[in-house]
Design a protein. Structure first.
Length: 352
């Protein structure tokens, strides 16, 4: 008597079951990534192969436990284990190195931190009530908490600089700056974006505008890029005192932080001070009108902003509506013009 294998229906059911369980376990991978990033394991492995004994000794970790975490990360393509208990970084894992030009170590530490996980535990309440999960968990909004925690604030702004690095190069190379003379980067953080723009276009000068904690590292970033003599660093509140002397205003990855009321208030603040001849360039995620599997990161970001700050990502039609309501006319929308980010070019409308 021969023994037959599982039928196609059973095989498919097993595959589907595994696919869902893998997604259920995503938070476990995130915890493992956070631990490895905090310990600086990738910096110790570098381009070589290191044993879990060596890594544990250098990080003060418990070797058997660290080895099991590194094996978990090997199963999802972050490390490999070419020999028993010896580990190498993959190209994905190399982004955890702090010396990588594409480093996401700070980004990983922020998004896999206890602060993030605590807020996300309130997702169910947020869905049930519409309340901001972070505020409910911490008793204050995210930005107030960030200002109060100087160490985490520095890490957060470093993470935002990492996130901006590749997009900054795309923006600098992919947008026509020939008609601009002064660029104002609203919410520009540590100046990563403006440094790339000014480096690529020597005829420009600029201003990095953000909260005092947001621009704290900007002088160093701009100085390292060799553009500090063409750039002003200005702390402030972009709901109240936006600089009015630019002819191109860039707002990158900012609108996602705010609910519709605040996003409209920000646009009105811009419209009040932006010269009639100036251009507003919004760089950020533009959601498709219906979900797409290749846009999953955008939907992660959307729900993350709901949890952390009450913000949201928006579709093209939603951006067009907001801009029209606040006195702007959309001139173009370029999807994916800055990596996963899109560019919306708008100008002040002739009549308000």
């Amino acid at each position: 008597m021969s023994i037959s294998g599982p039928d196609k229906d059973t095989t498919r059911r097993i595959e589907l079951r595994g696919a869902l369980i893998e997604r259920i376990g995503g938070y476990m991978t995130a915890h493992a990534l956070g631990v490895v990033a905090d310990l600086g394991v990738a910096d110790l492995i570098k381009d070589g192969v290191r044993s879990s004994d060596e890594l544990a000794a250098e990080t003060g970790a418990h070797e058997p436990s660290l080895r099991r975490v590194l094996r978990l990360l090997a199963s999802v393509g972050v490390t490999t284990e070419p020999e028993p208990a010896r580990f190498r970084l993959t190209e994905v894992g190399a982004q955890l190195r702090s010396d990588s030009p594409d480093s996401l170590r700070a980004f990983t530490r922020v998004f896999c931190s206890p602060m993030w996980f605590t807020a996300w535990q309130g997702l169910g309440q947020a869905v049930a009530t519409g309340e901001v999960a972070f505020s409910q968990a911490k008793g204050s909004d995210f930005y107030t908490s960030l200002t109060a925690d100087t160490e985490f604030s520095a890490l957060f702004h470093e993470a935002m600089g990492e996130e901006s690095r590749i997009a900054a190069g795309r923006i600098a190379a992919g947008y026509d700056f020939s008609h601009a003379t002064k660029v104002v980067d609203l919410g520009g953080g540590d100046g990563t974006l403006l440094a790339a723009v000014l480096t690529t276009h020597p005829h420009l000068s600029g201003t990095v505008f953000d909260s005092p904690s947001g621009v704290a590292d900007a002088p160093a970033v701009l100085g390292k890029a060799g553009v500090a003599d063409r750039c002003e660093v200005q702390p402030g509140d972009f709901f109240q005192d936006i600089p009015g002397d630019g002819d191109l205003y860039i707002i990158k990855s900012v609108f996602q932080d705010w609910n519709d009321e605040d996003a409209l208030a920000l646009l009105r603040s811009c419209r009040t001070v932006i010269p009639e001849s100036a251009t507003l360039l919004i760089v950020g995620t533009v959601l498709p009108e219906t979900p797409s599997a290749d846009q999953s990161i955008a939907y992660f970001t959307d729900v993350n902003m709901m949890v952390m700050a009450g913000g949201r990502e928006r579709t093209e039609s939603e951006f067009r509506t907001m801009l029209s309501e606040t006195g702007f006319t959309v001139r173009s929308v370029r999807f994916g013009a800055a990596g996963p980010l899109s560019m919306i070019q708008a100008t002040p409308s002739a009549a308000r």
